[in-house]
Design a protein around this ligand. Structure first.
Ligand code: GLN
Ligand code: ZN
Length: 759
């Protein structure tokens, strides 16, 4: 049986691309050096797949920052303000991704959004009325040829035209259908070049098909592909979908001139049913996504073989075993995890191990594995219980949660009055999202403690000194609600995971989140409980350094779950409630220790929101929002609960966000032109809000004027008594200097606006 991998991780086994890119940004290495690091990574990826015997290996799955951005550049979708900088090609590319501030000008980055239901972020292409879509690059062809020269015959993977247009922002009068002919002709030109380079397969990634499709969407898809597939230049074309099922268009797909159709049988709850009821076109190959590209648990071979057998009954021999999505979402390899014992490791498969799984399953399925019996027996053992994973007391506590545990008393408006009275903050209170720059020294201190090179006392003393400095800095800057700076945290989820039982950690299991930013999601291994107070001593210390209010800083249960690799043996709802109870205990401890403002970050609340609207509440929000309320429902009315989200894309779930019943919410807004504000107004949003006034994902320092302008716009839609002033996310990835300059401007802008109001 043939096998297929939709895409491979590309950040490098030891994050080589991250480090090289960062050096390039810092002008420490040349563009040639950066290109050669990238080339080595691609080579390693292709050879790993080739050696594992994968039949369909992708090229063009590599990216310096993001594949959607690559596609935008390929199609000449480069907004004028970036062109006008007059930079080199690669510098223009990075200016779009990260913004540019230098002698050639000062431009913000393009907006960034979550890639479907993952923690990967793509850059949102911007199409205005003057955009001329035309083929203006050669990356897919170059990478195909590069692989070919290494003896690897690849399928060329490209973000499909339909998904590209659906994800792009149209900033002028034009709509997707207006650019249809241009995009078809650009892709046609591309197919011609790919064919000329000697490729046989092209993979068009069209994950947008798993969303709810309107008739207009279906028309757009049909028009594009009818035109595009009328001349395939002798190529075979794979339509690749993932992250769900394609129920709105499945029955029509057989009518298109595709040669292969890739379907996700894991996240696509209806995929199997669709194939069974509608059959599968005889003239096409079914790329069956049965190997999880998003989670790290071993594949259960017996189940997969069963699925394959039933698919073969329908599609005959035209079945290819595939990953369910790109392996971009899992780490490279288990080989670096020496600290994990076999008892644990035997349950996991990262990208490299998944390659082996593909090959083993395909051999067994073909009846060609001599050791099939042994392999299957070994594999089965992994699914009959795991050591140290059951905690009966935790299970009992979850079972005894009452409805009233999900409700905070008194209601929001009464609390708002009580809190204003107690906290006596100025109008437009200023604050930050929590973390301050994580300098080398801060990281070294944590590492040294971890390795046992310094004592606990030394470790604590260093961090307390940092907290003292951070508080002093915030006082000097003139912020109103201070934070301790989060110097003890490597990562907002891993840190909490380390203080909870039921978690397993890795050393090298990095996954790309955006650009050069990687995360190392911990693994939820068993039932979760809080071992001891987690953040209390740091917050208490910070409070002792100042008379101003200090905000306690926690990560919420939905985010902890969403940024961990979840269990597959119990529901994610059950896991989330276990975590919610653990964080609830921490909230109550902070309050008991005099912390009267507590932020519970739900940076990733939206992440597992089902891609189809009809599933939003029943499958997710109906338990995720109550899980958040369970965390804070036990506090006193005067304790102010904040939450924070890393994006502004919640226009469509505003009632659910309000129902989290926090007192204040901060969120990202600066990169998305404040579109959310209208929606807040329309929905009579009750929660106080701090839409981020500047973008922390780039090193650029916002001017006072710019922040005043943003605040002025916000005031048109948000009442003065509810508006907070803050950056759009934590500052840990920024440098000390730019942070201080930015925050000084932020405070000055708030003061300017206060003066205007006469307060
Ligand atoms: N409190 C966290 C911080 O400031 C929030 C991070 C996030 O939202 N991703 O770092
Ligand atoms: Zn954030």
């Amino acid at each position: 049986m043939k096998t297929s991998v939709i895409g491979y991780p590309r950040i490098g086994k030891n994050r080589e691309l991250k480090f090289a890119s960062e050096k390039f940004f810092g002008k420490e290495i040349s563009v040639e050096e950066l290109l050669s690091v990238a080339k080595e990574i691609r080579k390693g990826n292709w050879l790993a797949q080739k050696n594992a015997g994968v039949t369909y290996i992708s090229s063009n799955d590599f990216s310096f920052y993001d594949n959607v951005l690559d596609t935008a550049v390929l199609l000449n979708v480069i907004p004028k303000r970036y062109r006008d900088l007059g930079l080199s090609e690669i510098e223009t590319y990075f200016a779009m991704a990260r913004g540019y501030q230098g002698d050639k000008g000062n431009v913000k980055a393009l907006a960034m959004k979550k890639w479907f239901n993952t923690n990967y972020h793509y850059i949102v292409p911007e199409i205005d009325d003057d955009t001329v879509i035309t083929l203006s690059g050669n990356k897919p062809v170059d990478e195909f040829s590069e692989a070919k020269a290494l003896g690897v015959d690849t399928k060329v993977a490209i973000v499909g035209p339909f998904t590209f247009l659906k994800l792009a922002r149209f900033t002028g009068k034009k709509k997707a259908e207006d650019v249809e002919p241009a995009i078809v002709s650009a892709y046609e030109d591309l197919l011609g070049k790919i064919a000329a380079a000697g490729a046989s397969w092209v993979e068009f990634d069209e994950p947008y098909l798993v969303r709810d499709l309107t008739e207009e969407d279906i028309r757009l898809f049909s028009n594009i592909y009818t035109a595009l597939l009328s001349d395939k230049h002798g190529l075979k074309i794979l339509l690749q979908t993932y992250f769900g099922d394609v129920r709105d268009i499945y029955s029509k797909l057989s009518g298109f001139n595709f040669d292969g159709i890739g379907l996700d049988f894991l996240e696509g709850r209806k995929t199997l049913e669709l194939v069974k009821t509608n059959g599968f076109a005889k003239d096409k190959i079914l790329f069956a996504g049965l190997l999880n590209g998003k989670n790290i648990w071993k594949n259960q071979y017996s189940k997969t073989l069963e699925s394959l057998a039933s698919l073969k009954e329908i599609a005959g021999d035209n079945v290819v075993l595939s990953t369910s999505c790109s392996l971009l979402h899992v780490p490279y390899s288990l080989s670096g995890e020496d600290a994990l014992s076999e008892e644990y490791k035997k349950h996991f498969a990262f990208a490299e191990e998944k390659l082996k799984e593909l090959s083993e399953i395909s051999l067994i399925s073909d009846g060609e594995s001599l050791e099939a019996g042994v392999i299957l027996a070994e594999n089965d053992k992994c699914f009959s219980g795991r050591i140290d994973s059951v905690d009966e007391a935790v299970q009992a506590r979850v079972a005894s949660i009452k409805d009233s545990d999900y409700e905070r008393k008194p209601d929001f408006f009464e609390r708002e009055k009580i809190q204003k009275e107690k906290l006596q903050l100025p109008l437009f209170p200023t604050t930050t999202i929590g973390s301050f720059p994580q300098t080398q020294k801060v990281r070294k201190n944590r590492q040294a403690f971890r390795k046992g090179e310094i004592s606990k006392e030394q470790y604590v003393a260093f961090n307390e000194e940092k907290i003292r400095e951070c508080i002093k800095l915030q006082e000097e800057i003139g912020l109103d609600v201070l934070v301790h700076g989060e110097f003890e945290r490597n990562d907002m989820v891993e840190y909490f995971g380390e203080h909870l039982s039921g978690y397993v950690f890795t050393r090298q299991a990095w996954v790309q989140s955006y650009g050069t930013r990687c995360v190392k999601p911990p693994i939820i291994w068993g039932d979760v409980r809080r071992k001891d107070p987690i953040t209390v001593s740091w917050s208490k210390f910070a409070k002792s350094c100042t008379d101003k209010p200090v905000k306690g800083m926690l990560t919420g249960p939905v985010t902890i779950l969403n940024w961990s690799f979840p269990r597959e043996d119990i529901s994610i709802k059950e896991s989330t409630l276990q975590i919610a109870l653990a964080i609830r205990d921490e909230v109550l401890d902070l309050e008991a220790n005099g912390i009267d403002i507590i932020q519970i970050d739900e940076a990733a609340l939206r992440e597992k929101l089902p891609l189809r609207k009809s599933d939003w509440y029943s499958e997710y929000l109906d338990w995720a929002i109550p899980a958040f309320r369970l965390v804070h429902s036990g506090v006193k009315p005067e304790t102010q609960i904040h939450t924070h989200m890393c994006y502004s894309e919640f226009t469509d779930i505003i009632p659910a966000i309000d129902a989290m019943d926090a007192d204040v919410i901060t969120f990202e807004a600066s990169r998305s032109d404040l579109l959310i504000l209208d929606a807040l107004l329309e929905n009579h949003f009750k929660t106080e809000v701090g839409p981020g006034v500047y973008d922390i994902h780039s090193p650029r320092v916002p001017s006072i004027d710019e922040i005043v302008t943003a605040l002025t716009k916000m005031r048109e839609k948000i009442s003065d008594s509810k508006l907070w002033v803050n950056p759009d996310c934590g500052l840990k990835t920024r440098g000390d200097e730019e942070t201080k300059a930015s925050l000084l401007n932020l405070v000055q802008a708030a003061k300017t606006v206060r003066e205007k109001v006469g307060s």
